[in-house]
Design a binder for this molecule. Structure first.
Ligand SMILES: Nc1ncnc2c1ncn2[C@@H]1O[C@H](COP(=O)(O)OP(=O)(O)OP(=O)(O)O)[C@@H](O)[C@H]1O
Length: 461
């Protein structure tokens, strides 16, 4: 089972359940079982070259031995030959973006997708799941073709869809790929000119917008080979499920591969997903359905409802509100109320929710990213996927309704290995629900920094 262990670095596979999958990765019998031998070169050489895509073997063995450090010997850019061979433009773009090494979820997911398998990937917030599908998709698409959409990414919110679009664009520099983010305007132009639809390679959309286009016969998804559900558990919840189902139905290509990504995939959702996925490989990085370990979490008892405002004002007076700060509330009304309180206190604050216009939302997101807004009050709209790089503090002003909501909300800080802080206020009424969100940090395994992956540069031909 050593090969599978090596494959599984940074991830946890349900070996019992996916025994068949495991055997797929074992085309030949190991000569002899290897017991935690770090420098057994013979063992490493016997790895299936095509699966050991990132040459992860070291990090896996490090894991076995308790994170012991190994020298980086043998890692040579020029001598690495890999049957996938990422194109130079990808490596260049990764380098320009400052991405030197793949994160664990990227290490695990990329080879699985490139091997033509469906995948369900669960990895902490801010662990790089977006790139974990962007890279193999771009690699597989190879170059621009005029045959219509070949990859489709579904996101629950327009804000996240836009962020994914920007990340794709960043990775496509130097290639002629055409990417479309479906909006009212882009849908209308494609409705008017069917030839235009052939022009694009990749489509990114929210479910509702796409289902509308499908129902109007304005979009053709028959050539889609890669379908990603980003924030998959959200997209498979009641309310989105019907739309997601219609999208699946429209993707009729028999070679379609499906991928689910989220920091949280409750077991009910997983069972549901198993019904429509083809032999999916399940990837779990870290502890399933748990918060990221780089976030310092605090629960603060505020007694009554009005204790929250007192608590936040006290934190401000004590200079404990280091911007940028994101504050989550439960409803649009609550967001508006808190905004008026904080603006009255002279704080550089703004508020984002579904009642603000698209233009306002775009400009708020941009201003918050650029540091022009210090404190942003948000509803659940901003809880998932949004990557604000430097958020120092997340405050759950209103207690989250589920563990999933808690994980995603606080996951807006402590991203990409950075540290962050999360404060959750709770009142007497919230006390019975506390257990839902209190997750033992000690149980968390395989943090991003615990692994020593191969540099991206070594993926090129
Ligand atoms: N290999 C890498 N090296 C360094 N930074 C990376 C790498 N891959 C991604 N990142 C950065 O990590 C951050 C988080 O990535 P991403 O938004 O994909 O996380 P996520 O896992 O999708 O989080 P969430 O669950 O909140 O959606 C981004 O700022 C991204 O630019």
């Amino acid at each position: 089972m050593d090969l599978f262990h090596i494959l599984g670095s940074g991830a946890r596979f349900d070996k019992k359940r996916f025994n068949d999958d495991i055997s797929l990765f074992e085309p030949q019998k190991q000569k002899k079982p290897v017991k935690n031998v770090v420098n057994d070169r013979e063992t490493q050489a016997s790895l299936l070259q095509e699966i050991d895509f990132f040459h992860n073997s070291k990090s896996a063995i490090i894991e076995t031995l308790g994170n012991e450090q190994l020298p980086n010997e043998g890692q040579n850019v020029s001598d690495l030959h890999n049957i996938y061979g990422f194109q130079q433009y990808l490596c260049k773009n990764l380098d320009s973006a400052g991405y030197k090494q793949p994160t664990p979820v990227q290490m695990q997911t990329i080879p699985i997708i490139l091997h033509g398998r469906d995948a369900m990937a669960m990895a902490p917030t801010g662990s790089g799941k977006t790139l974990a599908y962007i890279l193999p998709i771009l690699h597989d698409l190879n170059s621009h073709k005029k045959i219509g959409y070949r990859a489709l990414i579904i996101s629950p919110t327009r804000e996240l869809a836009k962020q994914i679009y920007i990340e794709f664009k960043k990775m496509c520099v130097g290639k002629k790929f055409k990417i479309c983010m479906l909006t009212k305007a882009t849908a209308a132009t494609q409705a008017q000119d069917p030839h235009l639809r052939q022009k694009f390679d990749i489509l990114i959309s929210t479910p509702l917008r796409l289902v509308h286009a499908i129902s109007q016969d304005n979009i053709d998804l028959k050539n889609v080979r890669h379908l990603v559900l980003d924030e998959a558990d959200k997209l498979l919840e009641l309310g989105f499920l019907e739309q997601t189902d219609e999208i699946f139905a429209a993707c009729s290509n028999i070679k379609l591969q499906k991928y689910l990504f989220s920091a949280t995939l409750p077991s009910g959702v997983e069972s549901l997903a198993n019904n429509f996925m083809k032999d999916p490989i399940r990837i779990v990085v870290g502890l399933k359905n748990a918060a990221t370990e780089t976030i310092k979490q605090q629960l603060i008892y505020v007694g009554e409802e009005n204790g929250k405002l007192t608590a936040i004002r006290q934190t401000i007076q004590e200079g404990g509100l280091k911007p940028p700060v994101l504050i989550f509330v439960q409803s649009i009304e609550r967001a508006k109320e808190l905004f008026h309180e904080l603006i009255y206190d002279g704080i550089n604050v703004d508020v984002i929710h579904a009642e603000r216009t698209k233009a306002q939302r775009d400009s708020i997101v941009l201003n918050f990213r650029q540091g022009k807004i210090w404190v942003l009050i948000a509803t659940e709209l901003m809880a998932r996927g949004i990557d604000f790089k430097g958020v120092n503090l997340v405050i759950n002003y209103d207690f989250p309704q589920s563990i999933q909501s808690y994980i995603h909300r606080i996951g807006r800080t402590g991203r990409a290995g950075k540290s962050g802080e999360a404060i959750t206020y709770y009142t007497k009424e919230d006390a019975p629900y506390l257990k839902r969100v209190v997750v033992s940090k000690d149980n968390f395994q395989n943090s991003v920094s615990a692994l020593t992956p191969r540099p991206f540069l070594e993926m090129s031909k």
